[in-house]
Design a protein around this ligand. Structure first.
Ligand SMILES: NC(=O)c1ccc[n+]([C@@H]2O[C@H](COP(=O)([O-])OP(=O)(O)OC[C@H]3O[C@@H](n4cnc5c(N)ncnc54)[C@H](OP(=O)(O)O)[C@@H]3O)[C@@H](O)[C@H]2O)c1
Length: 325
């Protein structure tokens, strides 16, 4: 189906993202919604998958999600384009949405970043993006050069706030030191109940410097929704991306812990994913989850709207760390 023949979606009616207040991002920047939908889709960008991603995005809008995370590398720009199409048809979302995109680690030289942003903005159909992240550091490009340009883009108003992704503590410290007027608003890293190895070393620094941690892979690719507890194996693409859980001797242990989390959620009367999402919020992080089907978006937002008691989150924390009852 071509874009012109596709039925026009209704403008988004839901009042706000997530029944939780947005997170302030500093003067001049839009406040950051506490939960978001990622439009990566694990590289599956056949025509059918593209249509499915469109439906996922539609479900996100229907659920009142305001923060959408994309990147120039996702589907080689197709993710940005698809989001741009949706924004074009929905003035409410275009106005209220919080749109994050990322410059690729391959485009961090000073003469590349401005052009990369221009192309991202064209695909998104916007004159400005709310948050622009360096997708990952490139050891071959001095950070000083990239950040200087990012700061100029921020001053020009084409970027509401700037941030980084996959930065370790030393890289993050360097980035903060290199900026003069702008600040690093965000570091987006992999962070979930089972995998804290990227986030824990930066948590204190981020707190001290007012940097929000955006948590990607918050549901451990569905393991924290109770998926894979029936012994079914994860597909190879998922195993490749999430080797830390799915490969080697650790997998049976993660499954055992996930079963205990599921039991805990049942006892507490909340969906299992509530533990994963609200544990991250309790850490001060903002989760950005993914979905391959619209029903998953609805389930995850139902989980988001059901906040477990602090004592339940503390128990989830202990179970996920492998502590015995
Ligand atoms: N900055 C970076 O380098 C980076 C890296 C990775 C991700 N990200 C961002 O973070 C977003 C989320 O990452 P992620 O996709 O790894 O996170 P995730 O939320 O942990 O995993 C999403 C996957 O979990 C499964 N799932 C989701 N909801 C489910 C439900 N209700 N029931 C059962 N299974 C469910 C689906 O797997 P199936 O697809 O198998 O159905 C879905 O694709 C990405 O879209 C992207 O925007 C950023």
């Amino acid at each position: 189906m071509t874009a012109s023949k596709r039925p026009r979606p209704k403008p988004s009616a839901a009042p706000s993202s997530a029944d939780e207040p947005p997170i302030p991002m500093g003067p001049g920047a839009k406040a950051h919604p506490p939960v978001g939908l990622g439009l990566w889709a694990l590289g599956r960008w056949t025509r059918t998958d593209e249509e499915r991603t469109r439906q996922v995005l539609e479900a996100g809008v229907a659920e009142g999600i305001r923060w959408y995370d994309t990147a120039e590398v996702y589907g080689n720009g197709r993710s940005e384009r698809l989001l741009g199409e949706r924004l074009e048809r929905d003035p409410v979302l275009a106005h209220e949405g919080f749109i994050t995109t990322k410059v690729s680690w391959e485009h961090l030289r000073p003469n590349q970043i401005g052009a990369a942003l221009t192309q991202s903005l064209e695909r998104l159909g916007r004159s400005r993006v709310d948050l622009y992240l360096i997708h990952a550091p490139d050891p071959k490009t001095p950070l000083r050069d990239s950040l200087g340009i990012l700061e100029e883009l921020w001053k020009s108003g084409r970027v509401g706030a700037i941030g980084v992704s996959n930065f370790a503590l030393d890289e993050l410290t360097q980035a903060v030191d290199l900026l003069s007027e702008a600040k690093i608003a965000v570091n987006q890293v992999r962070f979930n109940l089972f995998d804290r190895s990227d986030a824990e070393p930066i948590q204190a620094f981020c707190r001290d410097h007012g940097i929000l941690i955006e948590a990607y892979t918050p549901l451990a690719r569905g393991l924290l929704n109770g998926r894979y507890l029936d012994g079914r194996k994860a597909p190879p693409e998922v195993r490749r991306f999430a080797q830390r859980f799915f490969d080697g001797d650790r997998w049976p242990d993660y499954v055992a812990r996930a079963r205990r989390l599921k039991d805990l959620a049942e006892r507490a009367g909340v969906p299992m994913a509530s533990l994963a999402l609200h544990w991250l919020r309790a850490q001060g992080a903002a989760p950005v989850f993914g979905a391959s089907r619209p029903e998953q978006v609805a389930e995850n937002m139902a989980a988001w709207r059901s906040r477990p008691a602090d004592s339940v989150l503390a128990e989830a924390d202990a179970i996920a760390r492998g502590e015995r009852a």
